[in-house]
Structure formats: C-alpha cells, structure tokens
Design a protein around this ligand. Structure first.
Ligand SMILES: *[C@@H]1O[C@H](CO)[C@@H](O)[C@H](O)[C@H]1NC(C)=O
Length: 386
C-alpha cells in the first residue's frame, strides 16, 4: 500500500491546477464561536507536564493536539497553520538542546508561505522541499555566527515532520524519526486501517543502514551497533535533520565541540542530510484522520493501536488520549502505576519516556472538496514553557 502511494510521488512534481481557493464563502468558525458546546470541546488546558487542546477547527475539519514534557527543557515544538494556501502541520523534535526545533518552528512555515505566495498559492512537493532547504541554510548561517561564542550550537539538531493539505492533496515531508499515520476506512466491516505515510530516517531501520552504506562505500564504520542501538558513526540515531551541522560540514567537526561529537577521521562529505523524504497523497473520501507524532509516542504505541484509539472514541481529547495511552505503556514497562509515573518531575521523567507531541487532524471531505478557506487564519503553537 505504501509503495503504491509512493508511486504517486511523480504526481506532485506537477502543479496541481489553478484554483488558489478564492471562493471563501464557506467560512469555518474558529473554536469558541462555533457549534454547540464548542466552549468545552475546544478546551485548552494543562495538567502538570501535559498541555492539550482537546478540539479545534482548521480548514479541513477538526483537530486535537497534546504535548507532554519529559526533558528538563522541552525539546519538541509543533504548530498548526491554516489559511488561504491550505493547512500546514509541523512536528519538530529537537536533540542536543531546544534551539534547532525552536528555530524551525520560527522559520520553516514562513519560508513555506513566502514560496507559495510566489507561486500564487499553488503547492507542490518542491514548495515544501525548498522551505526545508532555506530553513537549513538559515540555521547553518546562525551556527556560523555563533561559532565563537556558542560553538555547541553546531551539535544541536531537530527532526522535522511536515504535513500540508492543499488542493485535496496531502504532502508529507520528513527528516528524522517522527511519524504520520493515516486512519483509513476499509472493507464493509467498519474497520479502519493504519497506513504509515512517512519514511523514518533512523539507523535502527535496516533500509536506512543500507542507504548510508551505499552513500559511504569506503567507510566500514558509517553505522555502528552499540548497546543494541544502531547509530550513525556511533554517535546519533537519525540520519537526516535540520541542524547537526557538525555532521554536515567539516569546519564544525573540531574543537571546541565536545569530543563525543568529533569524528576520528576527516569528513570528506556530509554524513547527515537535510533532504526530506516527500510523499504526495491525493486524499480519498475514506481517509478519516491523520496522527502526526514525535517518536516519543511511537516507541510505546504501534500504528494500529494508535489508530484504534482515535477511531473508537469521540474526536475531542484524541491527542491527549494517545499521550496518556503511551504513558500507561511506559509505566507498564517499568512495572509501575501510571498514577506514580505522573508524579515524577521533568528531567527524571526522561528515564521513563521522551517528550511527546501529538496532533490529530480529522478530515472532513465536504470541506476538502469545496476547497474551504479558513477565515480568519488559524495559527497555533503548542504552548508549554516551564
Ligand atoms: C471505503 O469505505 C467503505 C466503507 O467502509 C468500503 O466499503 C470501501 O471498500 C472503501 N473503499 C476503499 C477504496 O477502500
């Protein structure tokens, strides 16, 4: 199934037609002004290290969002933007510090918007790809400026998962190991299949190790297994990201960065890359919802389990429900009670689970086929700063 979808990739290299969604009469009410009970359904709140927005409305339906912090400083960032170009969802999972993920959250969407303005609102795979490359260039320049004062910025990076819904098509662009899974109605029995739409760039995936070995045929140490975990050069699990410039440009792989990041031999070519895997998926009326999440969720929940949880409950609170299901699994693995896990403070929490971000987009095909324009535009970032 995934392969079939991948084959459609060539489709998205062509513009998707004119209609940049001028009609605009089908106004979607922002949360709070909308239908019955929106006040409670749209509840935004906080419970300790958890932030959530139970339900909101975006251009193509409803969404639910939740984030839980485990690190001393939250390394996940995320956003939903919905406007004339369609809908843009981003999940950015930082490592080595929060700076790269924050930079991506501040810049990637702006680049995307500027490029789609240039192309009269027509989105293609190239639009998304260029936005990624401009963000990488910008961050690299930022690291260069700070090299004398904050050299450790060279070792900060971020996974980057983006979904764009435009012209009845979903574009997925990914760097690293966050994941988006589609819940799709199949057969006559009321079942919902879980279809993973993103490709993960983690050395624990055999295909990625193979890809790295092919790119570096003369380096027998390109991937190393340490304590049961595969790492690129024995250092990092993901092979693609924004940032991590110490693994991309030789001039940053030297003192004064920490020895654990320095390569034993000179770097002749970039080891990590910022080229996203891109999928273009024409939306089908049976496509019910999309779950975007950082790897913190997927290390505890299978695609099928996550789809089943969303599918068998009301829309409101879906993202929070997924986060809690993952925490329950994390607690079970440690043979402790969920209620006890919840009492553990950030930083120590990181020994039990990672930062987790979840965004669920429910797909309303009446809105999608009408090309509804969200007015006023929605712009939401997860709000969890401690
Ligand atoms: C769409 O969903 C209906 C109802 O579940 C099912 O009968 C049909 O086979 C599905 N179509 C496709 C293409 O999956």
């Amino acid at each position: 199934m995934l392969q079939a979808l991948m084959n459609l990739l060539s489709l998205c290299l062509r513009p998707l037609g004119q209609n940049s969604g001028g009609g605009g009469s089908d106004r979607v009410d922002p949360v709070g002004n909308g239908g019955a009970g929106a006040g409670t359904l749209g509840r935004e709140g906080r419970e300790g290290l958890l932030w959530f927005r139970d339900l909101g409305k975006y251009g193509s339906g409803e969404f639910s969002m939740a984030v839980i912090q485990a690190n001393q400083v939250l390394e996940d960032q995320s956003q939903i933007e919905s406007g004339p170009y369609g809908t843009f969802v981003g999940v950015y999972d930082g490592h080595g510090g929060p700076e790269a993920a924050r930079y991506v959250c501040d810049h990637l969407f702006r680049h995307f918007q500027a490029i789609s303005d240039e192309t009269q609102g027509i989105v293609t795979a190239e639009t998304v790809e260029r936005a990624f490359h401009l963000t990488e260039e910008g961050f690299t320049a930022h690291v260069s400026e700070l090299w004398n004062t904050r050299p450790n910025m060279a070792t900060v990076g971020s996974c980057c998962l983006v979904g764009v819904i435009s012209q009845q098509t979903l574009f997925v662009a990914n760097l690293g190991d966050s994941r988006v899974v589609l819940g799709k109605k199949v057969g006559n029995t009321g079942g919902t299949a879980a279809i993973q739409l993103s490709k993960e760039h983690n050395a624990n995936v055999e295909e990625i190790r193979h890809e790295l070995k092919e790119l570096h045929p003369n380096d027998p140490q390109i991937v190393i297994l340490k304590h049961g975990v595969w790492r690129v050069k024995g250092i990092i699990q993901v092979s693609r990201s924004i940032g991590d410039v110490y693994m991309k440009h030789a001039q940053y792989n030297r003192e004064p960065i920490n020895g654990k990041f320095r390569l034993p031999e000179p770097m002749h070519m970039p080891i990590m890359s910022a080229n996203p895997s891109i999928l273009c998926h024409p939306l089908h009326p049976n496509d019910s919802f999309l779950i975007f999440a950082s790897d913190g969720l997927w290390e505890h929940l299978s695609n099928e389990k996550a789809v089943d949880i969303v599918q068998s409950h009301p829309h409101a609170g879906s993202a929070k429900r997924l986060v809690k299901a993952a925490l329950q699994e994390a607690a079970k693995k440690r043979e402790m009670r969920y209620s006890d896990l919840r009492k553990i403070d950030k930083k120590v929490r990181r020994h039990f689970h990672d930062d987790i971000t979840v965004i669920v987009l429910f797909l309303n095909h009446d809105l999608i086929s009408r090309g509804t324009v969200q007015d006023p535009p929605l712009s939401l970032r997860s709000a969890l700063e401690h």
